[in-house]
Design a protein. Sequence first.
Length: 271
Amino acid sequence: MAEDLILEETANHITTLTMNQPKRLNGWTAPMMEALLDALKKQNEAPQTHAVVLTGTGKYYSAGVNLSGAMRLSHPKKLRDDIIKNNQALFDAFLDFDKPIIVAVNGPAIGAPVTSATLCDAIVASEQATFSTPFSRLGITPEGCSSIHFAKIMSEEHAHRMLGPEGWKPTAAEALSAGLINRVAPKEHLLSEAQKVAAECVAKGRTFRGGSTREELKAANARESVQLANAFLSAAFLKGQMKFLWSKKKRAPAATFAGLWLSSPLWKLLL
């Protein structure tokens, strides 16, 4: 199944990786993230691949991380350590990639798929794309280096609009004007435009936008991963997730968060 989640196609030394679970809006479930990290590792070591284009099938680029699938009842210390390790590994996979990565955003992108895209060399978006990082609304802290990187590639004002209480969700045109993305293309020409950008980037080699360095971004990722784990395990966040999932009639995931929330007062004795 993991092989079907990411489609791979190489032409002219450019490998296109396509997230292929449109019925689930290409959401970053645990299997999807595992398949994506495996594909990136494979292409980083593949001599025939000089650059990668990452995109999605269907209407969405990706609806983001499936939190209810990523958190399981366990000892609080193990749960916190797992959140830190997994979040850091996810974004380090993009930061440690040695070849240019171009993201072709075919539709709405939410959360980590947005922040990870900004760690790549360029973002080309279709006219149907939107970009959302609703961390403040969810009661969690920024991730994917966005706490420092958004202001570098856009401005402090636009970074605050996206990461703060306003929760600004720019369209492709607005994202281009703000500096979040690099180009807009008609959906039917999205991949060809992204592959063209990828070919242009090969000569320059791997670069990070906004003047950021790999070391600076990795330090931010490590710091944010700790902050995110603390936010995820706060009683307010757990209760909010329980209520949200229950309202969507997702009883089993809601029960998981209920168990975490009800046991949270005891965690100070266990951490």
